[in-house]
Design a protein around this ligand. Structure first.
Ligand code: G3P
Length: 216
């Protein structure tokens, strides 16, 4: 399973990349706005910080606009993936971009039909949003299981990025569903190695070691 980070926090990316835990990065306009930095500059920094794919999303609404933006984004690094919103124009853009050999990530996916279309259009990645579905009272992880089944039935090569991850539980469930990738916000990443019983166990072992050292 690959771990992507869903962030534009370059410091956090470098920190977790040094642990060998970061296989790629996903961003969106909200994440970029939250970083308080210039879009191009922050993407260039991220792209230089890791070798894996970096998803970049624009604001183009027609296939032509999306393709034009993609040509600009592709110059910001050698690992850029074009993130394209799921709709008819987006699908047209994905077809054109894959024809040009550019990698794509179809985003804002909330149904299995949308994921099926993204795969048929030749998307490199598809990003179903589990957290936002959960928020709307729908089981987001069931969508991941459905997409994995569908892709396996037909041997689609498109990789599933579990997005809108809100908790470590989401990452665990994504792994159980066999998803290729989970894209994890830095806050959730930092929680993945923590468990209160681990901390308690370490404290107890240190205590016991100190006591046994005083034995003659
Ligand atoms: O990058 C797309 C996705 O992960 C956004 O998540 O938390 O805004 O629903 P969220």
């Amino acid at each position: 399973m690959k771990f992507f980070m869903d962030t534009a926090n370059v410091e956090a990316i470098r920190k977790y990349a040094a642990l060998g835990m970061v296989d790629g990065i996903t961003t969106n306009p909200t994440i970029i706005a939250r970083s308080g930095r210039n879009h191009e500059q922050v993407i260039r920094d991220i792209s230089a910080a890791i070798a894996g794919p970096v998803s970049v999303e624009g604001i183009g609404q027609t296939a032509e606009e999306i393709v034009k933006e993609a040509e600009v984004f592709s110059k910001w690094g050698n690992n850029i993936v074009i993130k394209v919103a799921m709709n008819e124009e987006g699908l047209r853009a994905v077809r054109i971009l894959s024809g040009k050999g550019l990698k794509t990530n179809v985003t804002l996916v909330f149904s299995a039909s949308q994921a099926l279309l993204a795969a048929k259009a030749g998307a490199t990645y598809v990003s179903p949003f589990v957290g936002r579905l959960d928020d709307a009272g729908v089981d987001g992880m069931q969508l991941i299981r459905d997409i994995m089944d569908i892709y396996k039935n037909y041997g689609f090569k498109t990789e599933v990025i579990v997005a809108s991850v809100r908790s470590t539980k989401h990452v665990e469930e994504a792994a159980k569903a066999g998803a290729h990738i989970a894209t994890i916000p830095d806050k959730v990443f930092a929680e993945m190695w923590k468990h209160p019983l681990t901390d308690k166990g370490i404290a107890q072992f240190l205590d016991d070691h100190a006591r046994s050292k005083s034995n003659k």
